[in-house]
Design a protein around this ligand. Structure first.
Ligand code: GLN
Ligand code: ZN
Length: 772
């Protein structure tokens, strides 16, 4: 039987973020369309040649994108909202980028309510997270009576482009059912049946054109198959694939599922008239048995055995032991669990990483090498790759026992941790009384979320210091001066609870990861977050501990400048976990508990240094929710427990704040309540306080700072506008519950609008007090 190797998608940003650079040059007018297209073509050619050379039999095409593959699909089917002024024909680059980023018009001096920002003529389409990844896609938008027509031949063009380079690719399409499921409609609701009927002819046309161009296999991604699906969605899948199978008899469809198991959708998936099925055996190894038992003998199975969502080297002998019996029975394709879009490109670039840690890792290139090794072992016997297998096993063994990973002190502390650690001494009502006495704050107290503008000067100083061009002492002095100025200014405008401004922090997770043991950082391990934006997630590889206090000195300095309470500012354990690559040798909750204990120590040290108010940000708590509802309870239980471990080491009089910058709480309000923070600040300005309904209904007992202005825009809200929002909040909450603050941190803003907006905010709070 034969074993081949497939790649479901390769990172598109380029080994040195070439795509980011090319896009940003083009957007800023420093390059023209020709240069952008040439850069993109070079990246594609490089990725194809590289994958081919690594031994990949099914090299993907159309996995490249100028911005996002979901947006590419909207362009392919001509789902372009009317506001973009597109009138049919091929979707041009300007329209495409207008949907991705909005199109800016002329500067407006005034736009009705005294704002001074540049008016955006056309806003970008809405962006949201791709399943449970940190990749963001542009949400497809369908109008009433939406019609579809083939409006981009990108998928065919790229197939031909590769063909001209001598590489026969397997084009990738986002499947119609997942595409429609991700979309949103306008008033009147979405008629998904009608949309599906309308969109299938476009997909059919694409498949016909691909067949004419010489394609044989086409990968169709339907990750919706790992979600809980309604009966009509099962029917939609049957209808869609029944139609597509007939459309282009020369094309063999590889239906790709990933990010989880098929579970209840297994029967539907196996009943579809497709030539191949890809399953994720990293997230859901248990589905191999049921799939093998029920799959048609001629169905080509693609087995996702190497983790496409994480950075760990695979244990090849362990994988082989599972695959050998399967490969004796049928032809199989070996693949990463999902597209490699979510991993960094090449470990070879990480020359500065600790050698042991490095020996445990595999990025996109190394993962494809692993697959080629596995395929050879299965086709020609283990002896043909004995050395590679031995190296893999040795690395796995070393990782299991390395003292860099396993810290006896952390293990002992974890073993001794009991539930008492996750409980404050007294319930909120009792804490509130002592906190009020100690803090003596006015009604409607004002504060901010933590960061102040990271100006050009701040970024320059950080870069210079990083490069060694600025001494520690000079950098330190610079940061102190920024901090002092910010503290003084907050006092002047009359804020009640101050912050130091976070000027010393590069990033809210990295800053802590760099000071904790158990984390490693890459130089080039970039992963696309959206468009040209890339992130370099920390790699959590071992037991976590805190060698020394992380924020106490900065806090002490800032508090020394003022009598008013200075907030201690920390990132919470769940957020640190969710924004990192996490070790796969222990359960996520286990790693999170270790981080929680480390943050707890910091909280206790801040209190000991005199902090009366400590904020623990959990910006990423909600996004960690598992894809299937049935898994939510378990996640929320441990996530909440970790927050409580981090926050419960202090006396009743110490006020614990948390912050979450999003506005959907209906699903998780009980968990938010269980976190038992004294104050929570949330995003509300854009939803006009509507989301407070969830808090009111739940009878949330503690204090809430519903953001009164949207920090995502430079617009300065007027006093009346914020006062009206506070009125709206009072309609839903008791006045003594309400804090006054912006939606989130101010690091992306500039000083002039920040000053004006916060001064107005303080004035709005004073109005609210006068009315109390
Ligand atoms: N304290 C952080 C800040 O103000 C919080 C950022 C966030 O929640 N995303 O920047
Ligand atoms: Zn925030």
């Amino acid at each position: 039987m034969s074993v081949t190797v497939a790649s479901l998608g390769f990172p598109r940003i380029g080994p040195r973020r070439e795509l980011k650079l090319a896009l940003e040059r083009y957007w800023s007018g420093q390059s023209d369309r020709g240069e952008l297209l040439a850069a993109a073509a070079a990246l594609r050619a490089g990725a194809w040649a590289r994958q081919k050379a690594l031994g990949v039999d099914h090299v993907p095409s159309n996995d490249f994108s100028f911005y996002d593959h979901v947006l590419d699909t909207s362009a392919m089917v001509g789902a372009i909202p009317a506001i973009y002024g597109w009138t049919g024909g091929p979707v041009d680059l300007d329209t495409y980028f207008a949907m991705a980023r909005g199109a800016q018009g002329e500067a407006h001096a005034e736009c009705g309510h005294g704002c001074t920002h540049k008016a955006v003529d056309v806003p970008a389409a809405e962006m949201t997270k791709w399943f449970d990844t940190n990749y963001h896609y542009l949400v497809p938008e369908f109008s009433a009576g939406q019609a579809f027509a083939l409006s981009s031949t990108k998928v065919v063009d790229e197939f031909l482009e590769a063909k001209a380079q001598g590489i026969h690719t397997r084009p990738v399409l986002l499947g119609p059912v997942t595409f429609l499921k991700l979309g949103k409609g306008h008033a009147g609701g979405l008629h998904r049946d009608a949309l599906l009927r309308a969109i299938l002819p476009v997909y059919a046309e694409v498949l016909k054109r691909l067949a004419a161009a010489g394609a044989d296999w086409v990968q169709v991604d339907e990750p919706c198959l790992v979600l809980d699906l309604a009966a009509e969605e099962h029917a939609a899948l049957r209808h869609a694939y029944g139609t597509l199978a007939d459309a282009a008899p020369g094309i063999r469809l590889m239906l790709a599922t990933y990010f989880g198991g098929l579970s209840g959708n297994l029967e539907t998936a196996l009943g579809l008239p497709v030539a191949g099925l890809h399953i994720d055996l990293v997230r859901a190894p248990e589905q191999l048995g049921p799939v093998l038992a029920a799959a048609r003998p001629d169905l080509v199975l693609s087995l996702g055995v190497v983790d496409g969502r994480n950075v760990w080297r695979a244990d090849l002998e362990a994988i082989l032991a599972r695959l050998e019996p399967v490969a004796r029975e049928r032809d199989i394709v070996l693949a990463p669990s999902c597209s490699l879009l979510h991993t960094p490109i090449d470990l070879a670039q990480e020359t500065a990483l600790d050698a042991d840690v490095r020996s445990w890792l595999a990025f996109a290139v190394q993962k494809l090498e692993e697959l080629a090794t596995l395929a050879r072992a299965l086709n020609e016997g283990r002896g043909s790759v004995a050395e590679a297998l031995a190296a893999s096993s040795a690395a796995a063994r070393a990782r299991r026992t390395s003292p860099k990973i396993h810290d006896a002190a952390v293990a002992a502390r974890m073993a001794g941790a009991d539930t008492g650690l996750a409980r404050r001494a007294s319930p909120f009502a009792a804490r509130r009384k002592v906190q009020m006495e100690k803090l003596g704050l006015p009604a409607f107290p004002t504060t901010t979320i933590g960061s102040f503008p990271q100006t050009e000067a701040v970024r320059k100083a950080r870069a210079a210091h990083g490069k060694g061009a600025m001494t520690d002492a000079a950098y330190e002095a610079f940061l102190r001066e920024e901090t002092a100025r910010t503290v003084r200014w907050q006092e002047e405008i009359g804020l009640d609870v101050l912050v130091h401004g976070e000027f010393e922090r590069n990033d809210m997770v990295q800053y802590f990861g760099e000071q904790l043991s158990g984390f490693a950082f890459t130089k080039h391990g970039w992963v696309q977050s959206y468009g040209s934006r890339c992130v370099r997630p920390p790699i959590l590889f071992g037991d976590v501990s805190r060698p020394r206090p992380m924020t106490v000195e900065w806090w002490r300095y800032a508090q020394g400048l003022t009598e008013r309470p200075m907030k201690g500012m920390l990132t919470g354990p769940v957020t640190i976990l969710n924004w990192s690559f996490v070790r796969d040798d222990v359960p996520r909750e286990h790693a999170c508990r270790q981080i929680a204990l480390a943050i707890r120590d910091e909280v206790v040290d801040l209190e000991r240094a005199g902090a009366r108010v400590i904020q623990i940000d959990e910006a990423a708590l909600r996004e960690g929710l598992p894809l299937r509802r049935s898994d939510w309870r378990h996640y929320l239980d441990w996530a909440v427990e970790c927050f409580r471990i981090a926050s419960s080491g202090v006396a009743d009089a110490t006020q614990i704040h948390t912050h979450m910058c999003y506005s959907e709480f209906n699903d998780i309000i009980a968990a938010i309540g269980d976190m038992d923070a004294d104050v929570i600040s949330i995003e509300t300005a854009r939803s006009r306080m509507e989301l407070l309904g969830a808090f009111a209904e739940y009878r949330y007992p503690a204090e809430i700072g519903p953001g009164v202005y949207d920090i995502h825009s430079p617009r300065v809200p007027a006093v009346d506008e914020m006062a009206a929002l506070l009125e709206a909040a009072r309609a839903r909450l008791a006045p003594e519950q309400i804090w006054v603050n912006p939606d989130c941190g101010l690091k992306t803003r500039k000083w002039p609008e920040t000053r004006a907006a916060l001064a107005n905010m303080v004035a709005a709070a004073k109005q609210a007090r006068a009315r109390a």
